[in-house]
Design a binder for this molecule. Structure first.
Ligand SMILES: Nc1ncnc2c1ncn2[C@@H]1O[C@H](COP(=O)(O)OP(=O)(O)O)[C@@H](O)[C@H]1O
Ligand SMILES: [Mg+2]
Length: 282
């Protein structure tokens, strides 16, 4: 089968999957932050969906409101308008429904790496021997074997990010929200982590919503990409990424990949220029 034929056959999702209610439906989300005399509109009528087992990315300029959307999905911030539904149930403003990796790793300094990784499971119930063994299996798999009993400050930034990522991966909630998880990593480590995340995701097929600045990363990992405008963020484009899975790294050299990357880069550049333009007018 040629790569384009594979692309076409992969484009149709299984019927059974499409009939289930989506893991996440955010509809018409708007949000402004109010200070005493001014108001800053951050999100403008955002609607997006993550179906079960889908890997969905958001790309958009810095400061556009992406992390704020995650705070709303996670119930930390209330939207001015709109709803958040998970598996068909309205959970707007409720916490505890997502597994979340914030932009900063946010590990607890007094807990060991293993206990940090097990935190969400501990909050949801108890941690038994099987959970500990599973955590050790994964720690080993991400190159943190031998650091189970270490404390976060003794690890490099990249290692801390891997630990924070594992904590999200091992959380029992179905939907994982990852906020620029690889932003602090150098290019080489980042590319290793992308490969690694791709493998893990293709094995586990968790529902993922992923924020990134990196267009190539979004195209490599995602089933669908939402392109956000500058602030206030609205959905500029929704791009279906048609490449077959399991994906191989060679995909980045495929003409269709290059075409999509060019298109997305163009939109992002335009948005960044608009944002810079509106800033210099002030
Ligand atoms: N709690 C808050 N109060 C006031 N302003 C906020 C708050 N949270 C975020 N903002 C502002 O909202 C805008 C969008 O921020 P953020 O969602 O972090 O953007 P992104 O993640 O896309 O870089 C920024 O201008 C930020 O300063
Ligand atoms: Mg952010």
């Amino acid at each position: 089968m040629s790569i384009t034929e594979e692309i076409r056959s992969d484009a149709k999702p299984a019927t059974a999957e499409t009939e289930l209610p989506p893991a996440l439906e955010a509809s018409g989300i708007s949000k402004s932050f109010r200070a005493k005399r001014s108001s800053l509109q951050v999100l403008d009528d955002i609607t997006l969906t993550v179906r079960k087992g889908e890997f969905v990315s958001i790309v958009g300029p810095s400061g556009s409101g992406k992390s704020t959307l995650f705070h709303i999905i996670g119930g930390l911030v209330k939207p001015d308008a709109g709803t958040v539904r998970m598996n068909g149930t309205d959970v707007t403003g409720e916490q505890g429904h997502i597994s979340y990796m914030p932009q900063q790793p946010a590990l607890f300094p007094w807990r060991t790496i293993e206990d940090n990784v097990l935190l969400s499971q501990e909050v949801q119930g108890s941690v038994d021997q099987a959970a500990r063994e599973n955590a050790r299996y994964w720690l080993d798999k991400v190159g943190l074997g031998g650091f189970e009993k270490a404390h976060p400050h003794t690890l490099s930034g990249g290692m801390q990010q891997r630990a924070a990522f594992l904590r999200a991966l091992l959380s029992p909630q179905e939907l994982m929200c990852l906020d620029e998880p690889f932003s602090a990593l150098d290019a080489l480590t980042r590319s290793d982590m992308q490969r690694w995340l791709l493998d893990i995701w293709e094995e586990s097929r968790r529902s993922v919503l992923f924020i990134t600045h990196n267009i190539e990363e979004a195209l490599l990992l995602s089933s669908r990409i939402y392109v956000f405008s500058g602030r206030p963020a609205s959905v500029l484009q929704v791009v279906d990424v048609p490449f077959p899975r399991p994906r191989r790294e060679e995909i980045i050299e495929h003409p269709d990949f290059i075409k999509l990357r060019r298109e997305l880069s163009g939109w992002m550049r335009e948005e960044q220029q608009k944002m810079q333009g509106s800033r210099s007018k002030k």
